[in-house]
Design a protein around this ligand. Structure first.
Ligand code: GAF
Length: 370
C-alpha cells in the first residue's frame, strides 16, 4: 500500500473528511495486444500501487496535487461539470468526474492528493492504476453504487472517451479485480474472468528498462487500425475467431498478415499458458513466454533492440525459465519467470548485466525491494 504522508493530506485537504482510494499496477504475464480484438489476456497485479486521498469542497473548482509528478507539474486545477481535456495528468482526475457524470452519477467539487509507486511509461499500467484509484476514492466520497467491474469500465472510458486513446479493457480490469499471487485470466470479448493461482514452484521478476514508452503515440493506434483492417479483410467478428492454421491468413497483405498472425498465435499461447499454470508445468509456461516475445518482436514489431537484449540476457545468462516484453511495447518492462526463490537473484543479475552492457538504468519492481 502506498502511504500518503499525513502532513501532505493536512496541507492540501486540511481537516475535512478524507477518503483514500488505492489501486495496484499490473504486469501482463502473456496475451499482449489481444485485448482490442476480443482475445485472451493473463495479467497479474504488482505490489506497487497508486493512492488517492480525496475530500469534497464547497464549490466545483477542484485541485489535485501529486508528489509523483515533476516539480513544476505537481499541482493542477479543473472544474467539475466543465471538464475539458488538457493533455496532462489532470485528465485522469477530471476524466473520472467526467465519466461518472456522463454515467448519471452525482459528483461535485473535490480536491485530491495523489502518490504513485507505479513508474510512468513502464508498461505496468500507471494510468489505469491512477484512474481506478481516483474512481475508488470518488465512489467512497460520493457514496456511488458502483461495483468493481463497472468501475473498471469507467476507468477505461477515462482513456477512450475523455483522453482519446483507444486502449483495450485489460489494464483497468487487472487493476480493479486482480489479486496478489494470482493471474487474472480474462476473456476480453465477454469479460468473463477467473483468478488462477501461481504455483509455489515458480516466481516472476519484473524489470523496468527505464526506456519510457507512451501509448498515446501513434504506434499503438496504428497497430489497432491494422488489426481492424485484417479483421475486415478476413470477414470475421474478431481475430480471435481465426484458427492458427487458417489458410486465409496467408492471403493478407503485409504487414497485416504478420499482425494478424501475432494475435492468432498469442491467443493460443494464453490458453496454453492457463493450462500450464493449472498443471503447474512452468517449463511450458516459460516456453510460451519466449514464443510471445518472439512474436511481439518479429510479427507485431513492438519491441526494441535493448528490450530484446534484456530478454536474451535473462534467458541465456541467468537461468530464467522464460522472459518477454510486457505491456504496450516500444520500451517499458520485461517479465521473467524463474524457479521459486530465484526471482530476486535473477532480477539483480539481469539488472547488473543490462547496466554494464547497455548502459541503461533498469529498476527492479518485482520482487519488490525490501
Ligand atoms: C496497453 C493498453 F492499455 C492495453 O489495453 C493493452 O492493449 C496493452 O497495451 C497491450 O497488451 O497497456
Amino acid at each position: 500500500m502506498t502511504e500518503i504522508p499525513h502532513h501532505d493530506i493536512i496541507r492540501h485537504l486540511g481537516h475535512r473528511r478524507t477518503v483514500i482510494g488505492q489501486a495496484p499496477g499490473r504486469v501482463n504475464l502473456i496475451g499482449e495486444h489481444t485485448d482490442y480484438s476480443g482475445g485472451y489476456v493473463l495479467p497479474m497485479v504488482i505490489p506497487q500501487t497508486t493512492a488517492v486521498a480525496a475530500a469534497a469542497n464547497a464549490d466545483a473548482a477542484s485541485r489535485a496535487w501529486s508528489a509523483s509528478m515533476p516539480h513544476d507539474q505537481q499541482q493542477v486545477r479543473f472544474v467539475v461539470g466543465e471538464e475539458a481535456r488538457a493533455g496532462a495528468w489532470v485528465d485522469y482526475v477530471q476524466g473520472a468526474s467526467a465519466v461518472l457524470r456522463a454515467a448519471g452519477h452525482r459528483v461535485s467539487g473535490f480536491d485530491a492528493v495523489i502518490r504513485s509507486e507505479v513508474p510512468l511509461g513502464s508498461g505496468l499500467s500507471s494510468s489505469a492504476s491512477l484512474s481506478v484509484a481516483v474512481l475508488r476514492a470518488l465512489r467512497d466520497l460520493f457514496q456511488l453504487p458502483i461495483d468493481d467491474v463497472v468501475l473498471a469500465g469507467l476507468a477505461r472510458r477515462i482513456e477512450t472517451d475523455f483522453i482519446g486513446v483507444p486502449v483495450g479493457v485489460m489494464d483497468p480490469i487487472a487493476c480493479s479485480l486482480g489479486a496478489a499471487n494470482q493471474a487474472l485470466f480474462l476473456d476480453t470479448r465477454d469479460l468473463s474472468w477467473q483468478l488462477v493461482r501461481i504455483p509455489s514452484t515458480a516466481e516472476f521478476a519484473v524489470i523496468n528498462s527505464g526506456i519510457s514508452h507512451s501509448i498515446s503515440t501513434g504506434s499503438y493506434r496504428l497497430r489497432r487500425q491494422e488489426c481492424d483492417a485484417a479483421t475486415r479483410l478476413l470477414g470475421v467478428r474478431d481475430l480471435r475467431d481465426v484458427a492458427d492454421d487458417d489458410q486465409r491468413l496467408d492471403t493478407l497483405p503485409d504487414p497485416l498478415r504478420k499482425r494478424a498472425r501475432h494475435i492468432v498465435s498469442e491467443n493460443g499461447r494464453v490458453l496454453g499458458a492457463v493450462d500450464a499454470l493449472r498443471k503447474r508445468d512452468m517449463a511450458r509456461f516459460g516456453a510460451l513466454m519466449d514464443g510471445s516475445h518472439a512474436s511481439l518482436r518479429d510479427d507485431y514489431e513492438v519491441s526494441l533492440p535493448e528490450i530484446d537484449r534484456m530478454v536474451e540476457i535473462a534467458r541465456a545468462q541467468h537461468g530464467a525459465l522464460g522472459a518477454r516484453i510486457t505491456g504496450g511495447g516500444f520500451g517499458g518492462s520485461i517479465v521473467v519467470l524463474t524457479q521459486a526463490g530465484q526471482a530476486a537473484r535473477v532480477a539483480g543479475a539481469v539488472a547488473q548485466s543490462v547496466r554494464d552492457e547497455l548502459g541503461l538504468r533498469p529498476q527492479i519492481l518485482v520482487p519488490a525491494p525490501a
